[in-house]
Design a protein around this ligand. Structure first.
Ligand code: HEC
Ligand code: HEC
Length: 319
């Protein structure tokens, strides 16, 4: 066999390889210069710090940050111009967890904090690792960063309230959400509309819950204590984008939704062991809190039977 037979195919292969590199790597580098879009985020120092923690903790190994036309449930689409201020970009390639491009404003801060401390308190069976070892200020920065992701997009497409809208909603409120009459009215509305998913006691175990992959919220989770009236109202009205939770703002009157808020506020929260200031995760302090609150528990009868018991933050071993 003559070696010359391999010369031409060899050259063709090398040439094709060169063309591929040229057209996918070199060419775009020179001609692709997107303008900043209206959603491009310039991070505040706190958010920028959270972004560094996101990188350090390897969140990018499980979460992507882009929503494509074929992605259902991940919210409004992204454009190249949204990322012009991001170096290095954190687009990611793997979706072990959900895409986070539109995460900002989707959940309240208290939700994220509880989720980072122990993901299973808010998402039963989650495989996301706990980040309870993060320092106080690191946790704050990380939450701020996650809340900044795509928030402008969601406000624009009315997936979440604009802060100014919230003020107006509060001014117009006619229901006293702290009265037991309002809570009773809310109970009826809840049993009719919400119990099929959230369960009659709000434990997230209604008959429909079995068929839903993203489970309905369990309102006995301790972090719900930190929800204020507006946060409740907003969650009920706008639903949770990307889940089966409906936008009740389109189905119930404003008054009915305030009654629901009054009811949701009265639901008992699971074992009160959760320290009130769980922002401070100093292990010594934690032991103190646990010692005192377990005493409280012994002297108290539970208000209702709780079927599921989540582990308190930081108490789970293994990390
Ligand atoms: C091992 C893979 C893995 C890693 C690492 C990981 N996550 Fe997750 N994450 C998941 C999975 C799976 C879910 C879905 C279940 C849940 O809600 O906990 C999730 C859910 C989330 C959600 C909630 C999304 C929603 O709206 O329901 C946020 C926010 C989040 N992760 C942020 C982070 C951040 C920030 C980090 C790094 C500190 C991180 N994740 C690290 C796998 C991971
Ligand atoms: C079709 C099932 C379904 C129905 C009906 C439903 N929900 Fe939900 N709800 C969900 C799911 C799923 C979630 C998302 C949980 C999460 O964020 O992981 C949710 C979340 C919520 C949250 C947000 C909790 C959080 O973590 O911030 C509130 C508040 C809520 N629901 C209230 C209601 C109320 C009030 C009603 C009745 C008017 C109702 N839901 C009816 C499925 C449902």
């Amino acid at each position: 066999m003559n070696n010359k037979n391999y010369l031409l195919p060899g050259l063709v292969i090398i040439f094709s390889f060169g063309m591929i590199i040229f057209s996918t790597v070199l060419l775009p580098n020179f001609i692709f210069k997107p303008m900043p879009s209206e959603f491009a985020v310039v991070y505040t120092p706190l958010e920028a710090r959270g972004r560094k923690i996101y990188l350090r903790e390897g969140c990018v190994n499980c979460h992507s940050q882009f929503s494509r036309p074929q992605d259902r449930d991940f919210g409004p689409l992204v454009m190249a111009g949204d990322y012009v201020y991001e170096t290095p970009n954190l687009l990611g390639t793997i979706r072990t967890g959900p895409d986070l491009a539109n995460e900002g404003g989707k959940h309240p801060d208290a939700w994220h904090k509880a989720h980072f401390i122990n993901p299973r308190t808010v998402t039963p069976g989650s495989i996301m690792p706990p980040y309870s070892y993060l320092k106080d200020d690191e946790m704050k920065a990380l939450v701020a960063y996650v809340q900044s992701l795509g928030k402008k997009r969601l406000v624009k497409y009315h997936r979440i309230y604009h802060p100014d809208e919230l003020e107006k909603v509060l001014e117009k409120r006619k229901v006293n959400v702290d009265s037991s009459a309002a809570a009773n009215a809310g109970r009826g509305i809840f049993q009719q509309n919400c119990a099929t998913c959230h369960g009659t006691h709000g434990l997230g175990n209604g008959p429909n819950a079995i068929a839903i992959s993203k489970k309905p919220a369990n309102f006995s989770r301790p972090f719900f204590k930190d929800y204020d009236d507006v946060t409740w109202f907003w969650r009920v009205s706008e639903g949770v984008p990307g889940t089966r939770m409906p936008q009740w703002g389109k189905l119930l009157t404003e008054e009915q939704r305030w009654y629901l808020v009054a009811f949701l506020k009265t639901l008992p929260r699971e074992n009160e062991v959760y320290p009130k200031d769980y922002e401070s995760l100093d292990p010594e302090k934690w032991n103190e809190v646990q010692a005192t609150s377990s005493k409280d528990l012994n002297s108290q009868k539970p208000a209702m039977i709780i079927e599921t018991k989540g582990s308190p933050p930081g108490a789970g071993g293994g990390h």
